[in-house]
Design a protein around this ligand. Structure first.
Ligand code: GLU
Length: 289
């Protein structure tokens, strides 16, 4: 079987205990399937990516024994690909002049990711006096079968989302001129020939949007697995904002063992990083291959 997996960190901060779990799951799944594991730096949201952070992440992955099988790609250097896909999507795209506040005030609903469902205000043209801020892609009407995206997640089971009522027409090009994550990730996964996506469950709600874009762009839909995310005591995803615990790169074995335990894997007491991976790949393969 051809297997190409990836880890796609946004370099907004160094790798932490939560992102180590996501990296580990994608790496183990690739190794257990004798596949390739790629790393893509998702620095498309440039203002949020401090210089040097991506290099720091790559060095940490190496310190934990995770070496990519191909060249690392950077989203900030691939904007021409997003432009191309955007052009291809033109029949479904329209300019939107709504501010965040106007969308929030419409109170049509809150999407699973906490953002307001877009009420479709600019669908039939910009109102007089409005200028284009962002560009959105039209999703099928709620009664249309194409607008309900159903997929089988390898960890979570069957997932279904009705785009019209749960998300609304979503942004492909942001008001600040940057490409949206949803577009960039679909273009890159297709361009890199990714067959298996293993990532944190915080992205589960985004997957139906990505599958929808894959269909419009006539790309293959990869297999998906969304693993649980590490949360703090308040149940929030570990991140810089919620006070994530930094990784101790001087104790790679302890950090790796903790991440593996979080994923439900037993690894005994390995004496080296190499031995850890050998045991963890076997344990993962026994459960998920
Ligand atoms: N860059 C995203 C993040 O760090 C992950 C994207 C993905 O795996 O699809 O949250």
């Amino acid at each position: 079987m051809t297997y190409i997996g990836r880890f796609a960190p946004s370099p907004t901060g160094p790798l932490h205990r939560g992102s180590l779990v996501a990296a580990m799951a994608s790496y183990l799944d690739a190794r257990a399937h004798h596949g390739h594991w790629l790393v893509r730096i998702e620095d498309i949201d440039e203002p949020r990516c401090p210089p040097g952070t991506a290099e720091q992440i790559l060095a940490m992955l190496a310190a934990f024994g995770m070496q990519p099988d191909g060249e690392v790609v950077w989203q900030s250097r691939r904007k021409h690909l997003y432009e191309e896909a955007f052009t291809q999507l033109a029949p479904w795209v329209y300019p939107c002049g709504c501010t965040r506040r106007e969308i929030a005030d419409s109170r049509i609903g809150i999407a699973a990711d906490g953002a307001a469902v877009y009420p479709g205000t600019c669908r039939h043209g910009l109102a007089a006096g409005k200028t284009a801020r962002a560009f959105r892609v039209r999703v099928p009407a709620s009664g249309d079968a194409d607008g309900t995206i159903i997929f089988e997640d390898r960890w979570m089971g069957a997932v279904s989302q009705q785009l019209a009522t749960e998300v609304g027409d979503f942004v492909l090009k942001r008001a600040d001129g940057f490409w949206a994550y949803q577009l960039a990730v679909v273009v890159d996964d297709a361009d890199q020939g990714i067959t298996h996506i293993v990532r944190g469950a915080d992205l589960l709600d985004s997957t139906p949007r990505q599958i929808y874009l894959q269909r419009l762009l006539r790309k293959t839909t990869p297999s998906y697995m969304h693993v649980p995310v590490v949360t703090n005591d308040a149940g929030e995803k570990l991140s810089k904002q919620t006070g994530a615990l930094a990784l101790n790169v001087n104790e790679p074995l302890a950090e790796l063992a903790a991440a593996a335990r979080f994923l439900g894997l037993e690894t005994g007491t390995p004496q080296s990083v190499a031995q850890f991976w050998q045991e963890a790949v076997a344990a993962w393969g026994a459960r998920h291959a």
